[in-house]
Design a protein around this ligand. Structure first.
Ligand code: SF4
Length: 263
């Protein structure tokens, strides 16, 4: 088992499959000049499957989350998922993605054994998307989300970061859209990962800000949680209009919600 110095047992394993990405989100990467890892420095598909196998069979890992960079850029992704699905015990598997290319691969990933996806989408406005990601790919993300739902990669979770002056007015619109499409929306605080060194704690959109904005249009009901479970880093809320739901960071002091890794 994986137990930290506080006695907490870790059962989730995040596996970064590539450092590359086809977006350049302003809060994550510089526009140009990135040095990607050389291929010999990356684990091979065989090595990744072997490590996950050890984690699952010997260390008590039950949940594997594939991430990046953008994991859909990893050529062997479907094969890795398929081989991990054949492990005994079989781990639950999810993918954290920007959604570009999901339209093409969602069904193959589902058939290979992927259970669900988290898709990053911060805005419903294509021009704001282009400003935030430096790419014109908004339509690709929406189509990827649609394909994930059709393929049964559910619950489809959407991760959104609100940035001051860019999309901080969009929380209610994002939730209305998520409710309409049956997606589970998660607001994630911006992390100090930014290559441009623009992160400031007092410039963050906080959990309180998000909840106040959502409550202008929605009634939010805290979700019950299992009392024995450790306190999670985020709080879950249901809206009156199910099946949509939202989660927000639990407190402004935290920089992490369950799916904080970008991508
Ligand atoms: S936040 Fe995600 S999608 Fe955006 S550049 Fe970083 S890895 Fe890519």
């Amino acid at each position: 088992m994986l137990i930290d110095t506080y006695g907490r047992v870790a059962t989730d394993l995040r596996v970064s499959l590539t450092d590359r990405c086809n977006l350049r989100c302003t809060y994550c990467m510089p526009e140009e000049g990135l040095q990607w890892l050389a291929k010999p420095d990356l684990l091979t598909d065989d090595e990744i499957v072997r490590l996950i196998g050890i984690a699952v069979t010997e260390l008590g890992v039950t949940e594997v989350r594939f991430t990046g960079g953008e994991p859909l850029l990893r050529p062997g992704l479907v094969g890795i998922v398929e081989r991990c699905a054949a492990l005994d015990p079989r781990p639950r598997m999810s993918l954290t993605t920007n959604g570009i290319g999901l339209e093409r691969t969602a069904q193959a990933l589902r058939d290979a054994g992927l259970d669900r996806v988290n898709v990053s989408l911060d805005t419903l406005r294509p021009e704001v998307f282009q400003t935030m990601t430096r790419r014109k790919r908004h339509g690709d993300v929406l189509r990827g989300l649609d394909a994930a739902r059709t393929a049964g990669l559910t619950p489809v979770k959407v991760n959104a970061v609100l940035m001051p002056g860019l999309n901080d007015d969009e929380a209610p619109d994002l939730l209305a859209w998520a409710v309409e499409n049956g997606y589970e929306l998660r607001f994630i605080e911006q992390m100090p990962l930014d290559a441009q060194h623009g992160w400031k704690r007092d410039g963050m959109i906080t959990a309180g800000d998000i909840l106040a904005s959502l409550r202008t249009r929605f009634t939010l009901t805290p979700r019950a949680r299992r009392s024995a479970a450790p306190r999670p880093p985020s709080a879950g809320w249901s809206t009156a209009a199910r099946p949509g739901s939202a989660s927000s960071p639990r407190s402004p002091a935290r920089s992490a919600a369950p799916a904080t890794a970008p991508g």
